[in-house]
Ligand binder design. Structure first.
Ligand code: NCD
Length: 449
């Protein structure tokens, strides 16, 4: 049996695979009604533990247009989840003959990664908490590619709630990989999370620069804009002064709503949230910027922009159908991506000693603790850094043990280079290490005099 592919993170796809999906989508978009033999006899199951309009309906429309069938659990409160059934058990059942592909939306970060571990069929992440939304990103990249003819070298403004918008996180990773530049214009207090910036830096070579956003007019008047670029600092030196990199021209503005359902204070409205209106778009730097939004919007894009030819958010939503036809065709084995170049697989290591070190209370490794073995990925060996393999949050640790020798070391100790990656045990501090029966390294560990 061939290996099952999943689409949990945008990083699960290589760039040639993304381009191949665009080609299929562009072909489908010429006539959405002409492809009803491609998935005949296949079934997609939508398991939605969170509200959705576009993502679920465009996936279901895509499967129906490809001639396949759908099983819909649009509101998992009406399923056995309300009787306490775990996600892992649900996925085992649905993938065991009920469906050929599962489209999952869930409020816990890392839910789709867990589902993929238990599923016999491909799992598509249709949004996991504030973590990732890779198919929205494919839709967004496809839109840029159709509108601009390229992605490399574009300057894209990401605005609004950059902290809790999962669409932003997947999009930022993908833009970096494609060699586009990102201008972050966050709602104050809702900047990109540290773990996202760190990944952009360490895995994609992106250097955050201060940005002089005075030419963005009132769009950035209340925000500390940051320029994220895969270019090397010396390439920027001509355009950078004490006020930071100067933003002269923007290709796309991507606006997001406040994700109030995920804010720690709970549902509510955000005072003084950024708003794009006619006046905002009148500035020279945004003259030919397309305006994008994953939708739904609240007031962050004024209705008077809808008729502006630069506003493409409804077209963007419409293009969700052909791109999801390409995704479903590929994952059900009906379409070939005509490239052998795969994204590198990142190895995950189970946490075998001590408590779950993931600090994120809404990570699936905490919300479904009974069914999840905590797993880590090494973000870097030097300096040593790890993140949760489910939600990508950085693992905080003070000392590191070796699971075979049961010796522990300071987090910066050179001794750690000798410990095999799968033997590393990340521990909060020396007291925890001692409690779990580890002994301090003979070279000494701070706090264990
Ligand atoms: C987004 C989502 O669910 O993350 N919507 C979508 O899928 N088109 C954005 C949002 O809810 O703000």
């Amino acid at each position: 049996m061939s290996e099952v592919r999943h689409l949990v993170s945008i990083d699960d796809l290589s760039l040639p695979e993304v381009r191949a999906l665009f080609d299929h989508a562009a072909h489908f978009a010429q006539d959405l009604r002409a492809h009803s033999a491609i998935c005949r006899g296949r079934i997609a199951a939508s398991l939605f533990y969170e509200a959705s309009t576009r993502t679920r309906l465009s996936f279901e429309s895509a499967m129906l247009r490809l001639g396949g069938g759908i099983l819909t659990a649009a509101d998992m409160r009406t399923s056995s989840a309300s009787k306490g059934e775990s996600l892992a058990d649900t996925v085992r059942v649905v993938s065991g003959g009920y469906a050929d592909v599962i489209v999952l939306r869930h409020p816990s970060e890392g839910a789709a990664r867990l589902a993929a571990q238990y599923s016999e069929v491909p799992v598509v992440n249709a949004g996991d908490g504030s973590h990732e939304h890779p198919t929205q990103t494919l839709c967004d990249l496809y839109n840029l590619w159709v509108e601009r003819g390229r992605i490399e070298g574009l300057d894209v403004v990401l605005a609004g709630d950059l902290r809790y918008s999962r669409t932003i996180h997947s999009f930022a990773y993908a833009l970096a990989r494609f060699g586009a530049n990102v201008v972050c214009v966050p709602q104050p207090g809702f900047e990109l999370p540290g773990y996202v910036v760190q990944r952009l830096r360490e895995e994609f070579g992106v250097e955050p620069q201060r940005a002089d956003a005075s030419r963005l007019g009132d769009l950035a008047s209340r925000s500390d804009a940051v320029y994220l670029t895969p270019q090397k600092p010396h390439q920027l030196s001509l355009f950078t002064d004490a006020r930071g990199f100067s933003i002269e021209h923007v290709d796309a503005v991507y606006m997001t709503r406040p994700q109030t359902e995920r804010h720690p204070g709970g549902e509510g409205t955000l005072e003084n949230y950024l708003q794009l209106g006619k006046r905002t778009l009148a500035v020279e730097s945004l003259r030919d910027a397309v305006v994008m939004h994953p939708l739904p919007r609240r007031d962050e894009i004024a209705a008077d922009l809808d008729a502006d030819p630069r506003s493409i958010y409804f077209k963007q939503a419409a293009r969700g159908v052909p791109i999801r036809m390409a995704i479903l065709g590929w994952l059900t084995g009906a379409l070939d991506l005509a490239t052998s170049q795969r994204a590198p697989e990142l190895r995950a290591y189970p946490v075998t000693v001590g408590a779950n070190p993931c600090p994120n209370a809404t990570c699936i490794s905490r919300t479904e603790a009974r069914h999840v073995t905590p797993m880590l990925r090494l973000a870097s060996r030097l300096p040593l850094r790890a993140h949760c393999a489910y939600c990508s949050h950085e693992i905080p640790f003070g000392v590191v043990g070796c699971s075979t020798t049961r010796v522990f070391h300071d987090r910066d100790s050179v001794e750690l280079r000798k410990v095999r990656s799968d033997h590393l045990v990340f521990l909060r501090d020396a007291a925890e290490a001692l409690r779990l029966g580890f002994t301090p390294s003979v070279r000494g560990v701070a706090g264990t005099a």
